[in-house]
Design a protein around this ligand. Structure first.
Ligand code: PLP
Length: 394
C-alpha cells in the first residue's frame, strides 16, 4: 500500500505557509475592555475589532443578557423547529424586520451559516450564481455547496456581472454581493446592481455584515442607504456580531423567502438555536443602535480624522468611507513587519495577507469604532508616521 498520509499532507501545507510567512497564529486575549485588549500580559489599543458602535460592553446589553439567562437558562436546548425557538428569538426577528423595512426576518446562529443556508436553499445544479470577486468567503462557499455554477466578476464591475448573467439567459440566477467589502471598506454599487438584476430577471442578495448598524438611515444598512426596498433586494443578510456587539445573524425579506428558508436551509434546520439570552441582548442592541445616534456621529468623525491625518502623511489609503480603513502595503512581509512595529508602540492592527486577499495586496486592516477616542486615532497616526514607508524618506 502506498496511500499518502492525510495528516502528513496537511502538515506539509502548514509548513509551506510558514516558509512563505503566511502562517496564521492564534493569540489569546486575556481581557477585553472596550478597545483595550490584554495579550501576553500587555495592554494593547486595538484597531482590529468589528464592534463599530462600541456596543459589545454596553451595560444595557450586559443587563439584558444576564436577566434573560437568569430567567430562561443558558442554552436553547434545541433547534428552532423542535423546541428551541423562544419568545426572545421571535421578538428579535420582529424588530429586525421592522428596522430593515422587510416583511420578515429569520435568525441564524452565525453569518457564515446564514449565507450557506440561503444559497443552498435557493440554488441548485443548473442555476447560476454571480458574485463579486471580493465577496466574503462564506458567500463563495455557499454557492459551491449549492451546486450552482459560480461566476465571479471583477470587483464592483457591473458591466462584467451583466455579461456573466447574459451568458446564461435561461438559468435561474442569483447575484450576491457584500454591501461593504470586508477587506477594502468600500460600498458595492448597489443601485446599478439592482437595475441590472431587474433587467436580467436575476435575484439580488446583499450581505450587509459591515454596513448594518453603521450606514443608512438610523443605521439600517447600505441597502436602505441606496434607497432599495425588499422588491429590489429580496435577500438581505446581516450579522449581529459586528456593529451590534453580539453574535449571530439574520436574513430579512419577503415572507415567502423566510418561509422557504425555514423549510430548506439546512444550516438553519439542523443546528441548535442561539441562546435566548443572546437574542435578548441583541434586541437591546437593535434599540440602542437606532436611538444612540451619537455613536454613528462619533464614528464618522473618527473616520474623517483618520483619513485626513493618513492623507497628510501620504499613507496608502483605499477609497473607503466606512469604519474599515485599510492601508495597502502590497508585500506580505512588509505588512507583517509594520503590524509588529505598531505592536511595539502598543497598538494592535492585523496584517491581512493571502489567501484572505489576493497575493501582492497585503494590507493593514485598520478598523475604527465609536469606542475609540480622538486621542486614540492620533496615537495611531503618530505610530504610523514613525514607520518606514516604501517610497518615503521618513
Ligand atoms: C463576518 C462576516 C460574515 C460572517 O458572519 P459571522 O456571524 O461572523 O459568521 C459574513 N459576511 C461578511 C461580509 C462578513 O464580514
Amino acid at each position: 500500500m502506498s496511500r499518502p498520509d492525510l495528516l502528513q499532507r496537511l502538515a506539509a501545507s502548514t509548513a509551506e505557509r510558514e516558509r512563505t510567512q503566511l502562517l496564521r497564529r492564534l493569540r489569546t486575549v486575556e481581557h477585553a475592555d472596550g478597545p483595550w485588549l490584554e495579550i501576553g500580559g500587555r495592554r494593547l489599543l486595538s484597531f482590529c475589532s468589528n464592534d463599530y458602535l462600541g456596543l459589545a460592553r454596553h451595560p444595557q446589553l450586559i443587563d439584558a443578557l444576564v436577566r434573560a439567562a437568569r430567567e430562561e437558562g443558558v442554552g436553547s436546548a434545541s433547534a428552532h423547529l423542535i423546541c428551541g425557538h423562544r419568545a426572545e428569538h421571535a421578538e428579535l426577528e420582529e424588530a429586525l424586520a421592522v428596522w430593515t423595512g422587510r416583511e420578515r426576518a429569520l435568525l441564524f446562529s452565525t453569518g457564515y451559516m446564514a449565507n450557506l443556508g440561503v444559497l443552498q436553499a435557493l440554488l441548485g445544479p443548473g442555476d447560476v450564481c454571480v458574485q463579486d470577486k471580493l465577496n466574503h468567503a462564506c458567500l463563495l462557499d455557499g454557492a459551491k455547496l449549492s451546486g450552482a455554477e459560480l461566476k465571479r466578476y471583477p470587483h464592483a464591475d457591473v458591466a462584467a456581472a451583466g455579461r456573466q448573467l447574459d451568458a446564461r439567459p435561461d438559468a435561474v440566477a442569483l447575484l450576491a454581493t457584500d454591501g461593504v467589502f470586508s477587506m477594502d471598506g468600500d460600498v458595492a454599487p448597489l443601485r446599478e446592481l439592482a437595475a441590472l438584476c431587474a433587467d436580467a430577471q436575476a435575484t439580488l442578495m446583499v450581505d450587509d455584515a459591515h454596513g448594518f448598524g453603521v450606514l443608512g438611515p438610523h443605521g439600517s444598512g447600505t441597502v436602505n442607504a441606496a434607497g432599495l426596498g425588499q422588491h429590489q433586494v429580496p435577500v438581505l443578510m446581516a450579522t449581529l456580531g459586528k456593529a451590534l456587539g453580539c453574535a449571530g445573524a439574520f436574513v430579512a425579506g419577503p415572507a415567502a423567502l423566510i418561509e422557504g428558508l425555514l423549510q430548506f436551509a439546512r444550516p438553519y434546520i439542523y443546528t441548535t438555536a442561539m441562546p435566548p439570552a443572546l437574542a435578548a441582548a441583541a434586541l437591546e442592541a437593535v434599540q440602542l443602535a437606532q436611538t444612540e445616534t451619537w455613536r454613528r456621529a462619533k464614528l464618522a468623525a473618527l473616520i474623517t480624522r483618520f483619513r485626513r491625518g493618513a492623507g497628510e502623511l501620504g499613507l496608502p489609503l483605499l477609497a473607503s468611507s466606512s469604519a474599515i480603513q485599510p492601508l495597502l502595503l502590497g508585500s506580505a512581509a512588509a505588512t507583517f513587519a509594520a503590524a509588529q512595529a505598531l505592536e511595539r508602540h502598543g497598538l494592535l492592527v492585523t496584517a491581512i495577507r493571502a489567501p484572505t486577499v489576493p497575493a501582492g495586496q497585503a494590507r493593514l486592516r485598520i478598523t475604527l469604532s465609536a469606542a475609540h477616542e480622538t486621542a486614540h486615532v492620533d496615537q495611531l497616526l503618530g505610530a504610523l508616521e514613525s514607520l518606514h514607508w516604501p517610497g518615503h524618506s521618513g
